[in-house]
Design a protein around this ligand. Sequence first.
Ligand SMILES: *Cc1c(COP(=O)(O)O)cnc(C)c1O
Length: 365
Amino acid sequence: MNLRIPGPTPCPPEVLQAMTKPMINHRGPEFAQIIKRIAARLQEFFQTKNDILVLTTAGTGGMESAVVNTMSPGDKVLSASCGEFGDRFAKIAETYGAQVTRLKAELGKAVDPDSIRKALSADPSITAVLLTHNETSTGVTNDLKALAAVCKEFDKLVVVDAVSSLSSIDLQTDAWKCDVVVTGSQKGWMVPPGLAMVSVSEEGWKAVANAKMPRFYFDYQRAKSSADRGQTPWTPAVSVYFALDYALDLMAKEGMQNIFARHARIAAHTRQRVKDLGLALFADEAVASNTVTAVHVPETLQARELLRILREDFQVVMAGGQGSLDGKIFRIGHLGYVQQEDIDKAMVALEEALARLGFAQAAAV
Ligand SMILES: *Cc1c(COP(=O)(O)O)cnc(C)c1O
């Protein structure tokens, strides 16, 4: 099976093998060593000296933890969204009682830093900004450096969903002054689902001390005091820690800059192959993501049928569109454990599936 969705992503066999190790005491010295090792390696990839908390939860749990630990009911929060995941972040904040101002970029486009500047100038009572680094639903990477810089012109707390970027695309947590950054194990980290990793800056910890939203399982102060003792407050997904520990080893061997370069190269290759087939890219190419490519479904075709043929006849699994883009786009994941060869195989299948559906104008366009 060629799993070409933007998470969960394929895992190296050795990473999966690491998960078959017997259970250990999660309050014992061996697990404490793993926690320490993972935290140090994660700091390198987050490019931060900040604390990194590892939570047993999905990426969305990581996003929820960032909201409830840094905000209070009634707080004014700016959400800068360019798709489904940005909208989800806003919804979480609203669910817990924040007053959210929603800034929305056109789908397929990135968030304009000036739009954030305008919104923050218009309402000085806003305290925090919710950003998405890589919008997986549209295949767009925001210029996080520029967006965070604008937020910091106004001294706002910067809270970032980096679930599908961190590990694969450069994100300089400290240099760009990102206060809370969230990622998830099943995206670029080559690890199965189960862990969210979150960095918290000094400013972030100040916000945590004042935040009044209800929280228990996701309480950062509990997570931090446990981590300082080489533990977690609750029973963690021990096997996924084994996997992450091993994957971080592999990633350190490849080297962070090499990983970024591999993703950039494979993404450019993917976009070119898509265009060569006569298909149209969905995202503005200037801001197209290095981890996921969104493609317009030709008007004469049914997205569901195309994905079914790819899955059943070619063992290639691609993702459909989410929300309002359902049926309109399909998405190709190229993050984590991926080589150009995986994309080439998927593209051969895509070409044949398109031909079978009567989409014949390939190469002619
Ligand atoms: C996948 C993803 C999430 C959600 O992760 P889950 O583990 O499915 O909860 C959030 N944000 C982005 C940008 C993602 O790609």
